[in-house]
Design a binder for this molecule. Structure first.
Ligand code: AKG
Length: 271
């Protein structure tokens, strides 16, 4: 499902750019919903939307609105997007679990995001691991950053390519504003996806444009990872999402093959 060039690049850098993976009409709808919901105070968001940071108390923290996939079908389509799932299936060896969607807005007033993630001294977190062996790449915690706007150079996502398998601590003076060759700033168009392992050291530069940056971060892990007691699909809102998405959100044993995976593989002409 990943071609040889993609495997090579993901192993080398810890991320891939999936160009124009999302249809323009879906991008437009997500921008519309982002603008409508981000105009609301936390208390006025439709259930079960939850905001990561309330602008009334933290006005400069980039605000993320979570659980959007329970409210509109466009986000359900996004979680199951064939191009994103092609990569997620390959990287999780056909055992994916959907963790959540964060509809994030950055303005020129929003704080930049310092480097986080990555491995230090070669120590991996068991729930955020990366390996390459036997002609395959494997990552247990993935983030698909779906851009809903064009992101010009000098702003947006940054990372230290290769840091997902670094064996030495990052020197304190290496920061998000350093350019190449240490830091990559990934400039994308609306509809492009930056799919990275959370083991990659990454962050975000201050937004520079007059209109806000809108992004959906779609997070996946392996089906057998247990993040916290009670995690998994929101049972009270089960009837709001398709059965396939409900199953994708469930934690299962590592030998279990999800039906949604069978369906996706069959659509891709695999197995
Ligand atoms: O804004 C970005 O591109 C990076 C976001 C990020 O690092 C995160 O959500 O953890």
């Amino acid at each position: 499902m990943l071609n040889e060039a993609e495997k090579w690049l993901f192993d080398l850098h810890g991320y891939l750019v999936l160009k124009q993976a999302v249809a323009p009409e879906d991008v437009r709808r997500m921008v519309e919903l982002s603008d409508a919901w981000h105009a609301c105070d936390d208390a006025d968001l439709p259930a079960p939307l939850k905001s990561y940071s309330d602008p009334s108390t933290k006005p400069t923290t980039p605000r993320s609105i979570n659980q959007v996939e329970y409210v509109d079908g466009v986000f359900q389509r996004l979680v199951l997007n064939p191009e994103i799932m092609r990569v997620v299936l390959a990287l999780t060896h056909n055992s994916p679990q959907h963790l959540g969607c964060a509809l994030t807005r950055n303005t020129r007033q929003s704080d930049e995001l310092a480097f986080h993630g990555g491995v230090s001294g070669g120590i991996h977190h068991p729930a955020n691991d990366y390996q390459a062996a036997d002609g395959k790449v494997f990552a247990t915690f993935l983030n698909a950053g779906v851009s809903l706007v064009d992101v010009p150079p000098g702003t947006g996502f940054v990372c230290i390519p290769g840091s997902h398998k670094s064996h030495f601590p990052r020197p304190a003076d290496v920061t998000i504003t350093d350019g190449p060759p240490v830091v990559d700033n990934v400039s994308v168009q609306a509809g492009d996806v930056v799919l990275f392992t959370e083991a990659l050291c990454h962050g975000a530069l201050q937004w520079t444009q007059a209109t806000p940056r809108r992004t959906v971060f779609v997070r996946y892990c392996t089906s057998y990872a247990s993040w916290s007691p009670g995690a998994g699909p929101l049972e009270a809102y089960r009837d709001r999402i398709p059965e396939e998405l409900y199953e994708l959100k469930q934690m299962t044993g590592f030998r279990h093959r999800k039906k949604v995976v069978e369906r996706l593989l069959s659509d891709m002409g695999e197995e």
